[in-house]
Design a protein around this ligand. Structure first.
Ligand code: C2E
Ligand code: MG
Ligand code: MG
Ligand code: MG
Length: 296
């Protein structure tokens, strides 16, 4: 076949490159199958109140259980899925799954949480640029909300700065429509891209997630500390909530809590959990004594 002939040719001239291409091709094909069969797994990393140690919500993180490769992490397939457009159906699946799970957890714990003066659990979903730019994205979000019945404000869409950088009319109207639906929008990995605090004025953004690379330096770099504190203060002034990513020790947690950044996630509290593990945590946290994740 032409395909086989093509392979032979590549093999002859560019053996190293050929291995990469075949691998990508294979991965792309099995990614197609996985999408058709919804053969992915969603993991949930707790987002925690740093002062009480209580559960605020989860970030949904996709994995791909692969028969030969084991549990494939998003770094290995998200960019591939973006290039091919496969991220659109994959992202829709993630969104639907995540809100369906959140709806269940919210139903189980709404009363107990309200009795303790806490709002319903939230769920954060990552949205890639290609997915956001797809013409059907806003409808996909609307459908996920309708089907699950969750309160729109309990869904957080995490976008990276590269999406907002474009500043074209479509980005503006889509952001407005999402804002009108009542969902929350977070800027993910804040500080790693072309960070501009002006996004916070221009778009209906209610959450900033400070990238792990800034949190890493807390406790030994005065500069990193000043930077994080500055971001937290400005965000607070603008009424934007801050979530710290990648908290790995109690020093980082305590510095963040002290500087008025009361929410975070990281291995100190929990790694991304399976649905069952997350469900148990939800139950435990809802009890009157509550949870004190991270040693509080
Ligand atoms: P992200 O959105 O910034 O997610 C946080 C990543 O940091 C996750 O990696 C999480 O497991 C990891 N992490 C959390 N706490 C710690 C910590 O204390 N220490 C360290 N070393 N790592 C920590 P993960 O699950 O491998 O995801 C990587 C990236 O892949 C995500 O970064 C996100 O950009 C992307 N991604 C994940 N799921 C999806 C998805 O469903 N759709 C899209 N478009 N992108 C996704
Ligand atoms: Mg994220
Ligand atoms: Mg992030
Ligand atoms: Mg990140």
């Amino acid at each position: 076949s032409a395909k086989a002939a093509g392979k032979r040719q590549w093999c002859h001239y560019r053996p190293a490159l050929q291995a990469g291409l075949v691998e990508r091709h294979e991965l792309n094909e099995s990614l197609d199958e996985a999408i058709a069969e919804a053969a992915f797994a969603l993991y949930y990393q707790p987002i925690v109140d740093l002062i009480s140690g209580g559960l605020v919500g989860f970030e949904a993180l996709v994995r791909w259980p692969h028969e030969r490769r084991g549990m494939v992490l998003p770094e290995e397939f998200i960019s591939l899925a973006e290039e091919s457009g496969q991220i659109v159906p994959l992202g829709a699946w993630v969104l639907e799954r995540a809100v369906a799970e959140a709806a269940r957890w919210q139903r189980q714990t709404r009363e107990e949480r309200a009795a303790g003066g806490r709002g319903p659990l939230r769920v954060s979903v990552n949205v890639s640029g290609r997915q956001f730019r797809d013409a059907g994205f806003v409808d996909t979000v609307r459908r996920a909300l309708d089907q699950s019945g969750i309160e729109p404000s309990t869904l957080v869409l995490e976008l990276t700065e590269t999406v907002l950088m474009r500043r074209d009319e479509r980005v503006r109207t889509d952001m407005q429509m999402l804002g009108d639906l009542g969902v929350q929008i977070a800027i993910d990995d804040f500080g790693t891209g072309y960070s501009s605090l002006s996004y916070l004025r221009e778009f209906p953004i209610s959450i900033l997630k400070i990238d792990k690379s800034f949190i890493d330096g807390l406790g030994h770099s005065q500069q990193q500390y000043a930077l994080v504190e500055g971001i937290a203060r400005i965000a607070d002034t603008l009424g934007v909530q801050v979530i710290a990513e990648g908290i790995e020790n109690t020093v980082q947690r305590d510095l963040l809590a002290a500087m008025g950044c009361p929410l975070g996630q990281g291995y100190l509290f929990a790694r991304p959990l399976t649905t069952d593990q997350a469900g148990l945590l939800v139950q435990e946290d809802a009890r009157p004594a509550g949870l004190h994740i991270g040693g509080r």
